[in-house]
Ligand binder design. Structure first.
Ligand SMILES: [Mn+2]
Length: 184
């Protein structure tokens, strides 16, 4: 968000586990803005990275207790199993995850704020195919789904991320878009 000295309460991390052939993706949006929110966001990502091999509900539960005394956050946490070509995820609050390409879908989110109140966590899954694109966006990114076309999707994950951020990032909130492409 402009005027926060470049500090963002939105943050993402990708943790690759070569031994298990999995990738953990974390996107958090901490309530509030600026330096303080950024500190909590980095702390939350570190927490998730340190537990990268734990079951997803366990990570979210642990994080809920970990940030309880600071400020709340919303998140999408997912793990991709490359061997099974499977995406497992938990999404709490307003961090959208979309797979716009084959069998387009928006992943289900549960209401709640990690650190304040979380629901009974439901891990969901969906299989991935080669060429699949995945976007995980904070609510600082406006609605772009209708503007995704073959052309924007063909350019790969980086150009898709750039397209979304340059056209749909709001200047009233922090904004983050993590994009991923499944390569054969
Ligand atoms: Mn936000």
């Amino acid at each position: 968000m402009p005027g926060e000295g470049g500090f963002s309460g939105d943050a993402a991390r990708v943790v690759e586990d070569r031994e298990n052939n999995t990738v953990l993706l974390v996107v958090v949006d901490v309530l509030g803005h600026g330096k303080e929110a950024h500190k909590v966001a980095v702390n939350a990502l570190d927490f998730c990275e340190q537990r990268a091999r734990a079951p997803l509900p366990e990570i979210v539960h642990g994080l809920h207790h970990h940030v309880r005394k600071s400020v709340g956050l919303v998140l999408t946490l997912c793990r991709i199993d490359k061997e099974e070509s499977l995406l497992r995820y938990i999404s709490i609050g307003d961090v959208r995850m979309l797979l716009p390409k084959y069998e387009p879908m928006e992943c289900l989110r549960q209401a709640g704020v990690v650190g304040y109140q979380i629901p009974i966590l439901k891990e969901r899954s969906r299989s991935l195919v080669d060429g699949d694109m995945l976007l995980i966006c904070s609510d600082g990114v406006g609605d772009f789904a209708e503007n995704l076309c073959d052309k924007t999707l063909r350019g790969g994950a980086q150009s898709l991320g750039r397209f979304v951020m340059s056209n749909f990032a709001k200047d009233t909130d922090d904004a983050l878009c993590l994009t991923l492409e499944v390569l054969p």
